[in-house]
Design a protein around this ligand. Structure first.
Ligand code: ADP
Ligand code: ZN
Length: 215
């Protein structure tokens, strides 16, 4: 089973992704996490990507498409299936993914779009924190202002691009480019939507019901 999570920044993709990969044994492919690792490691790719990320802009298609192709060509991706989180974000990325999956005899089985009220997003993102070690996502409003991760003891930090100004630019990029994927995948008969304004457990219950029907 290959699944894609779609949604605006702050819709809760990362939170739901952890649960889905745990329950379905999928490979979690988050382009945001891959890019942040490249930035942290100071690779040439990371240095280039950071300029876009800090501005709230999308990293160029050819860069992220290359990263995704490399990851899905590894044997575990084909054996276990993949959860795509934060990719594709543009129509050219979606076309490239379809072609790359077809090349290895695979396809996307479902696109789950998590829909949230735009007013809630800026608050959600500016109160978001993440573990540097395991990637677990926390929120100051519900978890308190943690220094260390409850799962792995790693350092809990705030992403450089989780400032109010950058969030607004990221929301603009979502509207201008990524939201076009909703009609695109609807036309391909793959789109399922869930209400992301609910509590995380309830969002997950809705996703599970969809995935049980698909796989
Ligand atoms: P969020 O969904 O909260 O915006 P992500 O972690 O998915 O966060 O992405 C963070 C940043 O990484 C994006 O704002 C963008 O600059 C870059 N990025 C991640 N995935 C892609 C992609 N598929 N295409 C282009 N840029 C991407
Ligand atoms: Zn952790």
């Amino acid at each position: 089973m290959n699944i894609m999570l779609l949604g605006a920044p702050g819709a809760g993709k990362g939170t739901q992704a952890s649960r889905i990969v745990e329950d379905h044994g999928l490979v979690h492919l988050s382009t945001g996490d891959i890019l942040r690792k490249a930035v942290a490691d100071g690779t040439p790719l990371g240095v280039e990507a950071k300029r876009y990320m800090d501005a709230g802009a999308l990293v160029p298609d050819e860069v992220v498409i290359g990263l995704v192709k490399e990851r899905i060509s590894q044997p575990d991706a084909r054996e276990k299936g993949v959860l795509f989180d934060g990719f594709p974000r543009t129509i050219p990325q979606a076309e490239a993914l379809g072609a790359a999956l077809a090349d290895i005899g695979m396809a996307l089985d479902a696109v789950v779009s998590i829909e949230v009220d735009p007013q809630a997003i800026v608050t959600r993102i500016t109160s978001r924190r993440q573990c540097r070690g395991c990637g677990k996502i926390f929120n100051v409003a519900t978890d308190g202002d943690l220094d260390t991760c409850t799962e792995c003891g790693g350092e809990v930090y705030q992403r450089d691009d989780d400032t109010e100004e950058t969030v607004r630019a990221r929301l603009d990029a979502y509207e201008a480019q990524t939201s076009k994927l909703i009609p695109y995948y609807r036309e391909h008969g793959m789109l399922y939507t869930v209400d992301g304004n609910q509590r995380p457990d309830d969002v997950y219950a809705a996703i599970r019901a969809i995935l049980n029907g698909v796989g």
